[in-house]
Design a protein around this ligand. Structure first.
Ligand code: DGL
Length: 276
């Protein structure tokens, strides 16, 4: 099998994965990255298992075609609904030497040390909450922890439409937090299980009692990638190190540049592509 050297691929349904990419570039600045946002078909959170799986597999194939030996699904919905099938069913046929990793496991791993009450809240897309991926993964590592999830279907549109700081956002931010804490008042830690949500964190803090810890994933996923590479020299040696970052979108270049400015504070090189 021909082994390829190349950048780390980072995939999200839209712009949310940029919060993860930013952490990667902060913690592992030496590597090359390709970010792919399926902005034309976002959001994934309300789509069926089959559709999220198909779209995610198309994105992974594209990033492989572009030479990425390693792809991170920087999207909880894709990690919840597509990661396992891709790892188990597709990767062995496409190229068993490449890797696809997600964001759920690294987030879950940190939870055990953070909660005292052993009651965890999960705020995420409907797809992620319904997939039960978080409670299932948490049960494997920490059987004593109780997980309560609430879907927040309006939070991704608030972020994608740059309305996350508007007074209109208050109502929907408060609504889902109240719903979660009504369901389980003993929660002391809340996972923001969607890569878009860190953009809403100031508002989320405003409506969350101060004793509750909020978990934004970037740091945990970034550290976990660092750790993964230190344990996998065979993968590390295949990653190119020119500090470059290319952005691909299924939407128009102009639209991506305009919206991505919320997440990135620099001029970026963007290319429009088709996924099929
Ligand atoms: N950013 C994606 C996630 O982490 C969700 C956005 C969407 O619904 O497409 O789940």
């Amino acid at each position: 099998m021909l082994t390829t050297n190349g950048p780390i691929g980072v995939f999200d349904s839209g712009y949310g994965g940029l919060t993860i990419l930013n952490k990667f570039r902060e913690l592992l600045p030496q590597y090359d990255y390709i970010y792919l946002g399926d902005n034309a078909r976002t959001p994934y959170g309300t789509r069926s298992f089959e559709v999220v799986y198909d779209f995610t597999l198309q994105a992974v194939r594209k990033l492989f075609e572009l030479g990425c030996p390693l792809v991170i699904l920087a999207c909880n919905t894709a990690s919840a609904k597509a990661l396992r099938s891709i790892q188990q069913n597709d990767l062995p046929y496409i190229d068993p030497t490449r890797r696809v990793l997600g964001v759920i496991r690294p987030t879950v791993e940190c939870i055990g040390e953070l909660t005292k009450s052993r009651h965890i809240g999960l705020l995420a897309t409907a797809g992620t909450v319904r997939s039960e991926s978080y409670p299932l993964e948490i049960k494997k590592l920490y059987p004593d922890i109780q997980v309560t999830g609430v879907p927040c279907p309006l939070w991704v549109p608030l972020v994608e439409n740059n309305e996350f700081n508007s007074p209109g956002a208050d109502y929907f931010v408060k609504k889902y937090i109240d719903l979660l804490l009504d369901k389980d008042p003993d929660i002391d830690t809340i996972i923001l299980g969607c890569t878009h949500y860190p953009l809403l964190i100031e508002k989320i803090k405003q409506f969350t009692p101060p004793h509750i810890r909020l978990i934004a994933q970037g740091e945990y996923v970034g550290n976990s990638l660092k750790d993964y590479l230190s344990r996998h020299p065979e993968m590390k040696s295949r990653l190119t190190v020119n500090r470059s970052c290319e952005f691909l979108t299924t939407e128009s270049v102009e639209k991506f540049k305009e919206s991505a400015a919320i997440f990135l504070h620099q001029e970026v090189h963007v290319r429009s592509i088709v996924l099929e």
